[in-house]
Design a protein around this ligand. Structure first.
Ligand SMILES: *Cc1c(COP(=O)(O)O)cnc(C)c1O
Length: 292
């Protein structure tokens, strides 16, 4: 079932002559919501096809990806191992408590070792410790994840002038860009501080399809201090938005990207008459970590 698309109305949008629609990926799957479901779908199929019983993956203590893999493991009968950055803190936060309740084995590694997680030797070591596993990288980004994310676009029944979404590793936007195949324009609002994502996405795309697209850009202006940091004006924006539109946002990704979209509209980034699709990538489980 395609996730629904809904228009949101604001005086600001009518003043500027633009229309804004939201693709509700936050509603797309009961257990594994948002872009993480898109990213896992073909990976789960592949793990099954290869006969794997275990899935091993990586993430921080509040990771939506860890949450999604744990939920998927329980639902689709895989054993799951979550390699978690940093030390165990008890009691477990809501994300990890949920992961554990789904049966995920949590294995903590320190931050410097975590940086080496993509090393062949480190992966081999983990396979020896936990048994042969299907390994999914941090954030779930790989070619099969990108393939899954192209379907966010392929299932749309209307075209838009701009597509706007939050980005972390760049996997989701890579699928969106490839799915559009050069049409319209794509704006990725980075949830992280730093400007390394453009080259990261270029390499994801070249590995995925080898195609080069010029219809996308990364905006680095709305990270609010960096990954998982929040500022009062962001939280105020989020609660006002949620009250007006009866739609929740998460503080790490969609709350920042939506703030960015409003600000870009305010600053005349778009032309009158244009239609913008905001892709709500989900992540609502992350609200709990902020007491929301
Ligand atoms: C993981 C996540 C993102 C970032 O997706 P990438 O594919 O890593 O860029 C964006 N929004 C939400 C809600 C997420 O959970």
């Amino acid at each position: 079932m395609p996730s629904p698309v809904q228009e949101i109305k604001e005086d600001l949008f009518s003043e500027k002559g633009v229309r804004v629609f939201v693709k509700r990926e936050d509603l797309n799957h009961p257990v594994i919501s948002g872009n993480k479901w898109r990213k896992l779908k073909y990976n789960l199929e592949e793990a099954k096809r290869l006969g794997h019983k275990k899935i091993l993956t990586f993430g921080g203590a509040y990771s939506n990806h860890i949450h999604a893999v744990a939920g998927a493991g329980k639902k689709y009968n895989f054993e799951t191992i979550g390699v978690i950055r940093g030390e165990e803190t008890l009691p477990l936060n809501d994300t990890l408590a949920y992961a554990k309740s789904c049966g995920m084995t949590l294995h903590y590694i320190n931050r410097s070792d975590y940086r080496l997680k993509n090393d062949r030797a480190v992966k081999r070591g983990l396979q020896l410790a936990f048994g042969e596993s299907y390994i999914i990288p941090e954030g779930g980004t790989n070619n099969l994840a990108i393939k899954g994310c192209t379907e966010i676009i392929k299932e749309l029944t209307e075209a838009y002038d701009h597509y706007c979404l939050s980005i972390g590793t760049g996997g989701t936007i890579s699928g969106v860009i490839d799915g559009l195949d050069g049409k319209a324009s794509v704006i990725g609002v980075s949830a992280l501080k730093g400007s390394f994502l453009t080259s990261e996405i270029e390499s994801l795309l070249s590995e995925y399809s080898g195609k080069v697209y010029n219809n996308w850009q990364i905006n680095n202006d709305y990270h609010f201090g960096g990954y998982a940091k929040v500022k009062p004006e962001q939280l105020l924006f989020m609660s006002a938005f949620e009250n007006r539109h009866n739609m929740l946002l998460d503080p790490i990704y969609t709350g920042k990207a939506m703030y960015g979209l409003y600000d870009l509209i305010h600053n005349d980034h778009f032309d009158p008459g244009q239609k913008i699709l905001f892709i709500h990538t989900g992540g609502l489980q992350g609200r709990k970590g902020f007491g929301l």
